[in-house]
Design a protein around this ligand. Structure first.
Ligand code: FAD
Length: 542
C-alpha cells in the first residue's frame, strides 16, 4: 500500500475526483488503481475564496514497485507506514506478581491502565474524584448553583481535566511509534466518533468523552483492572532498596487504607497541588516549570468563521473555524491563544475554594454562539517565581484568589469588555457579545487580577490580532478571568527509564509531571510509562 500526501481538491469536489486525482498524480490508468482510502483530511484556508481540502490517502495500485521506482525521492509518495501497535511486554499466563498502581484516571492514567491491563498486569487505578456520571453532577453544581466540590469538579474525577472540554486531539509530539494512533483507535473502540482517525484537527466534544471513558473503564475492569474512586493518595511511603536507593513502597489513601505499591504510575494532572506539596515534602525531586497566565476571550463564532473562511463560512465540511495566534510583546512577553474552543463556552474550572479559574469546552457539534480561547502570557521560574519548586503554584493561587474577589466572592468570574480593557477603565455594561461563563460574569476591571506585565502585553497584542483576524479587537468582545491552569507549574523529573530521578518505582507521567500538554500527548505518555513499568516488572515480550 502507498501513502500519498498533499493531494489537494476544491472544497465541493465530487467523491470520484479523489480517484482521478490519484491517477493524475501517479500517472496511472484508472484500471491500475485498486483502492483509495482517506487516511487524513485537512483544509487549506490561506486563500479564503479558494479553500482547498488537503488529503493523505492510502492507495493500492496494480504495480506498486513501478510506482515507487518512478517516484523515488518524492516525499509525498511513500510506502504506507505500519502504524499497528505492538506490545513490548506481556504478563506470563496466570500472573500473580505485584500489581502496578496508576494514580489518576485522566487521559494519561487511562491509557496507562488500559495498556497495562491489555498486557495482563491487572492495574489498580486510584482516582480522588468520582466516576464520571456523579462527577458531571458535581461539576454542574458549580456551574448552576455556585457550589464547588473540591474533590469532584472540572479538574478532578474520572476522565481527568479534559472530560469537560472540546476534546481537541492533536499535538506536536514526536511519535515515531505512532502511539497516538493507538490512542485514537482505542478512543474510537470506546465510542469516540470515527472521524477522529481521519480529520487533521479531530475533536470529540464533552458528551462523547463522558461515554468514552466509561466504556474504557469497562474494558479495563474486564481485563482484571480495579478502580478506586473518591480515593486520594495522601502520602507516599518511601524506603530504601537493597542498593541503598530510595524506592516507593506504598501509598497512604484518604480511605485510611495503606496500599503496598512498588510500581506506581503517577498521572495526577496539573492541578494536584496538595499532592505536589506532599511529594516535595517526601524529597521526590522536582523543579518549577514555565507555564502561562491570562484570560479567556470570547467572540461571536460567526465573526471568526467569516474572518477565517470568508464566503465559505458555515460550509458543513469546514464547521466552526478555529484560530491560533501569537505575538511577541515589546516587554519581552509572548501573548498567544491557548486551547481555542470553537462554538463552545467558557467554563468554571476551579478546584479550590475561594478561587476562580477559567477554561473552555465545546460539544462535538461546536454549535454554540461564541468562540472562546485562552489569551495568555508566558511566565517562568527565573523571571516570575524564583525560589522553591512550588512557587508557581503560589502565583496561580494568588491570581485565582484575586479573581474570586473581583468576581464578587461567589464563584462568578470577573469580566471586562475589550474596549474598556484597552481604555483602562472598568466595564459597567455589556455590548453585543454575551459571555458564556456560568455561574455568571461580574463586570469590572481585569487588571486587578493580572500582573502588570500581562496587562501590558495583552493590550499591545490585541490590535495586532485585530489585523490578523478582522473583528478580533472589537470593543464589545468580552474577556473573563483568570486562566491559570495552562500547564503544570512543576516538573517531577524522570530519568531515561521514566522513573523519578531519585525515587525508584515511581513513574511521573502526563501533564502533572510536566511531560505532556493536552489529551493526546498525555495519553501517549501514559502508554510510554506503562511500557517502561511493564518491562521493569516482567521483562520484554518473548
Ligand atoms: C476545561 C478544560 C478543557 C480542556 N480542553 C482540552 C482540549 O480540548 N484538548 C486537549 O488536548 N486538552 C484539553 N485540556 C487539557 C487536558 O485536559 C489535559 O492536558 C489532560 O487532561 C492531561 O491529562 P493527565 O491524565 O496528565 O491529567 P488530568 O487529566 O489532569 O488527570 C489527573 C487525574 O488525577 C487525579 N488525581 C490528582 N491527584 C490525585 C491524588 N492525589 N490521588 C488520586 N487521584 C488524583 C485527578 O482527579 C484527575 O482525574 C483541557 C483542560 C481543561 C481543564
Amino acid at each position: 500500500m502507498l501513502r500519498l500526501t498533499d493531494i489537494t481538491l476544491p472544497l465541493d469536489h465530487a467523491p470520484a475526483h479523489l480517484d482521478a486525482a490519484v491517477c493524475a498524480r501517479l500517472d496511472i490508468a484508472p484500471a491500475d488503481l485498486e483502492r483509495v482510502t482517506v487516511f487524513r483530511r485537512g483544509n487549506d484556508a490561506r486563500r479564503k475564496n479558494a479553500i482547498k481540502l488537503v488529503y493523505a490517502l492510502d492507495v493500492i495500485v496494480r504495480d506498486e514497485a513501478d510506482v515507487l521506482a518512478r517516484f523515488a525521492g518524492d516525499p509525498h509518495v511513500k510506502p504506507t507506514p505500519d502504524t499497528a501497535y505492538k506490545f513490548v511486554a506481556r504478563a506470563p499466563e496466570g500472573w500473580d506478581g505485584p500489581r502496578p498502581v496508576v494514580i489518576g484516571a485522566g487521559p494519561c492514567g487511562l491509557l496507562a491502565a488500559l495498556v497495562l491491563a491489555q498486557m495482563g498486569l491487572k492495574p489498580i487505578i486510584i482516582e480522588r474524584g468520582k466516576a464520571v456520571r456523579e462527577r458531571t453532577k458535581d461539576t454542574w453544581g458549580l456551574w448552576r448553583r455556585s457550589v464547588l466540590d473540591p474533590e469532584s469538579n472540572v479538574q478532578y474525577g474520572e476522565g481527568g481535566a479534559g472530560t469537560f472540554s472540546d476534546g481537541k486531539l492533536y499535538s506536536r509530539i514526536k511519535d515515531p511509534r505512532h502511539l497516538s494512533r493507538k490512542v485514537l483507535t482505542e478512543f474510537v473502540k470506546a465510542g469516540a466518533p470515527d472521524d477522529i482517525l481521519t480529520e487533521a484537527h479531530p475533536h470529540i466534544g464533552t458528551f462523547r468523552l463522558v461515554t468514552m471513558v466509561m466504556s474504557m473503564r469497562e474494558t479495563i475492569e474486564r481485563l482484571g483492572g480495579e478502580y478506586r474512586f473518591g480515593t486520594r493518595v495522601e502520602d507516599f511511603a518511601i524506603g530504601e532498596d537493597a542498593h541503598g536507593q530510595r524506592r516507593i513502597e506504598g501509598l497512604h489513601l484518604s480511605s485510611g487504607d495503606y496500599l503496598e505499591a512498588r510500581h506506581v504510575i503517577m498521572a495526577v494532572g496539573h492541578s494536584a497541588r496538595d499532592t505536589f506539596e506532599v511529594l516535595h515534602a517526601r524529597g521526590v525531586y522536582m523543579e518549577a516549570k514555565p507555564f502561562a497566565i491570562g484570560v479567556r476571550i470570547e467572540h461571536p463564532q460567526s465573526w471568526i468563521d467569516k474572518a477565517r473562511y470568508g464566503a465559505c463560512a458555515g460550509h458543513p465540511i469546514l464547521g466552526a473555524a478555529a484560530y491560533s495566534i501569537s505575538h511577541k510583546a515589546s516587554n519581552g512577553r509572548t501573548v498567544y491563544s491557548f486551547c481555542m474552543c470553537p462554538g463552545g463556552r467558557v467554563v468554571a474550572a476551579a478546584s479550590e475554594e475561594g478561587r476562580v479559574v477559567t477554561n473552555g469546552m465545546s460539544q462535538y457539534s461546536r454549535a454554540e454562539l461564541n468562540a472562546n480561547s485562552g489569551l495568555v502570557v508566558d511566565v517562568s521560574p527565573e523571571t516570575d517565581f524564583p525560589g522553591n519548586p512550588l512557587a508557581g503554584i503560589a502565583l496561580q493561587r494568588k491570581l485565582e484568589e484575586l479573581a474570586f474577589v473581583a468576581g464578587g466572592s461567589n464563584y462568578q468570574a470577573p469580566g471586562q469588555k475589550l474596549g474598556d480593557f484597552l481604555a483602562d477603565r472598568p466595564s459597567t455594561a455589556l455590548g453585543s457579545v454575551t459571555p458564556s461563563y456560568q455561574p455568571g460574569v461580574h463586570l469590572t476591571d481585569l487588571k486587578q487580577c493580572l500582573p502588570d506585565y500581562a496587562v501590558e502585553a495583552i493590550r499591545e497584542a490585541l490590535p495586532v490580532f485585530g489585523r490578523q483576524v478582522p473583528g478580533y479587537d472589537h470593543p464589545d468582545v468580552v474577556m473573563t478571568g483568570v486562566e491559570t491552569r495552562t500547564s503544570s507549574p512543576v516538573r517531577i523529573t524522570r530519568g531515561r527509564d521514566f522513573q523519578s530521578l531519585n525515587t525508584r518505582g515511581l513513574y511521573p507521567a502526563g501533564e502533572g509531571a510536566g511531560y505532556a500538554g493536552g489529551i493526546l500527548s498525555a495519553a501517549v505518555d501514559g502508554i510510554r510509562l506503562a511500557e517502561a513499568l511493564a518491562l521493569e516488572l516482567v521483562g520484554p515480550q518473548a
